[in-house]
Design a protein around this ligand. Structure first.
Ligand SMILES: Cc1cc2nc3c(=O)[nH]c(=O)nc-3n(C[C@H](O)[C@H](O)[C@H](O)COP(=O)(O)OP(=O)(O)OC[C@H]3O[C@@H](n4cnc5c(N)ncnc54)[C@H](O)[C@@H]3O)c2cc1C
Length: 458
């Protein structure tokens, strides 16, 4: 049995940074990782997908070269082996960097293997027993397999196995028209595949406002992606050309046959094989570890960070979990997860940057609202870049004058949204942003203009 001051389970987005702070404060840390250092983001999430999105953008721009007066001879082709090699190299470098960082950390002992609780303060990794008064769970999640008829009878892909493809599929059917599915759908269309997106709800990314969903649908359809919504009962069956997906949509063909099928219908936490029940750590009905506002579980001395606590589903929320725990444990602060302003991006092209509430959520609060919006066709930077698809919108509380939420779907939207996020985090009124002097020509410069043109919500 080996004793430490702390045990961290999972080298995802929160654990390594936490190890650095704990060891920096003089503690000994046992760090347990069962597979790839860097977790989902580095290995099968953000890093490889955004790398592939960049290759897809290059192909798209090359096809549009003549629009900019640039002439390329012959057809644009994509060498998927080279595209994959580029992504693999960037992932490998990043993964190795995380591992090196942990192994070189004074006071940190890296242990490879699957961690499981034996008691609240005791963890088993293979034949080793580790004991510590503080245990931090950062185990992340994985793609969930939906309970669809036929799902166990056909080969299907998920976000992990998609990254192993080194050929462009003839026809990729993406089941799930949300964040993960749409990024893969657009990139593979740009790599040259026929692509069909199948979504059970009447519109894509149904948690966004309707006009955002519609604009995204238009962007994808403009590139020749088939979008099939209201697929109320999706079925899967073997077919001589691959997989037949039964759609049961209200309109259009009742089936679609793809050479490959990607299931992108949500994620589940890696908490079913941790022995949480032995430790007495409570989870909710979907397996997420229940935590309080400081990310402590119901068991004293055990905290949960990142995707596994269900309080965020992003790299930046996992990292912010680390910041909250470190500040509260080591710096005498009392930071809370409920103070976090929600923000995220969807990396189709053009990207969607989001902050705070949607208009629908803001209306549900019953507060009086001011709403502003502007199409990207009226943004000089977008016109100059020849990328005018999308729109931006903002929702403000008319009484407090605080910004409640915003969406920027357009070129540079993933960056421009930070002006709004920062003002929301600062807790100041929208006038502060309206009176700022942004740089020309940028997408950000139109946010103050949009704020000046807001109208009361009807
Ligand atoms: C396709 C895709 C694209 C994404 N793109 C983005 C993006 O652009 N931006 C963004 O912010 N987020 C993105 N995400 C989400 C992001 O990857 C996750 O939110 C983030 O990785 C969560 O980090 P985490 O620290 O909670 O866990 P993870 O990164 O999942 O790490 C958990 C680690 O714990 C290990 N582990 C699990 N169980 C055990 C155990 N019992 N013993 C030992 N080790 C264990 C795992 O092996 C893993 O290394 C994407 C996700 C996907 C799937």
């Amino acid at each position: 049995m080996r004793e430490f001051d702390a045990i961290i389970i999972g080298a995802g987005q929160a654990g390594p940074a936490l190890a650095a702070r704990l060891t920096g404060a003089g503690m000994t840390v046992a760090f347990v990782e069962r597979k790839f250092f860097g977790g989902t983001c580095v290995n099968t999430g953000c890093t490889p997908t955004k790398t592939l999105v960049a290759s897809a953008y290059a192909a798209h721009l090359a096809r549009r070269a003549a629009d900019f007066g640039v002439l390329l001879e012959g057809a644009v082709t994509v060498d998927m082996k080279r595209v994959k090699a580029r992504a693999d190299a960037i992932v490998a470098e990043s993964r190795a960097g995380v591992e090196r960082y942990l192994r070189d950390m004074t006071g940190c002992t890296v242990i490879e293997g699957h961690a499981r609780f034996e008691e609240p303060q005791r963890i088993r990794v293979r034949d080793e027993l580790l004991v510590a008064p503080r245990i931090f769970i950062n185990v992340g999640g994985r793609a969930s397999v939906p309970d669809m008829p036929g799902v166990h009878d056909v080969p299907f892909l998920n976000n992990r196995s998609m990254l192993e493809l080194d050929k462009v599929p003839e026809h990729l059917i993406v089941v799930g028209g949300s964040y993960v599915g749409l990024e893969f759908a657009q990139m593979y269309r740009r790599f040259g595949a026929e692509v069909t997106v199948v979504e059970k709800f009447p519109r894509l990314i149904a948690r966004e406002d309707e006009e955002i969903s519609e604009a995204i649908r238009e962007i994808l359809m403009n590139e020749g992606i088939n979008v099939r919504t209201s697929a109320e009962c999706i079925t899967l069956a073997s077919h001589e050309r691959g997989v037949e997906v039964g759609l049961n949509c209200r309109e259009g063909d009742p089936t679609s046959v793809g050479s490959h099928v990607l299931l992108a219908v949500g994620r589940r936490p890696n908490t079913d094989d941790l022995g949480l029940e032995v430790a007495g750590v409570e989870t909710d009905a979907r397996g997420y570890i229940k935590v309080d506002d400081g990310l402590a579980t119901n068991v004293r001395g055990i905290w949960a960070l990142g995707d596994c606590n269900g309080r965020g589903a992003f790299t930046h929320t996992a990292y912010n979990d680390f910041e909250i725990i470190a500040a509260n444990l080591l710096d005498g602060e009392s930071r809370r997860v409920s103070d976090r302003v929600p923000g995220y991006a969807l990396y189709i092209d053009p990207p969607l940057g989001r902050a705070g509430l949607t208009e629908r959520e803001a209306r549900a609060t019953g507060r009086p609202l001011l709403i502003g919006s502007r199409p990207m066709t009226r943004v000089a930077r977008a016109i100059e870049k020849g990328e005018t698809q999308g729109l931006m919108k903002i929702v403000v509380d008319a009484e407090t004058r605080k910004i409640l939420g915003a969406a920027i779907l357009g070129t540079g939207g993933d960056e421009a949204i930070h002006g709004v996020l920062d003002i929301m985090s600062a807790g100041v009124t929208y006038d502060v942003l309206q009176h700022a002097v942004p740089i020309h020509p940028t997408v950000s410069e139109l946010i103050p203009t949009m704020l000046g043109e807001m109208r009361p919500a009807e």
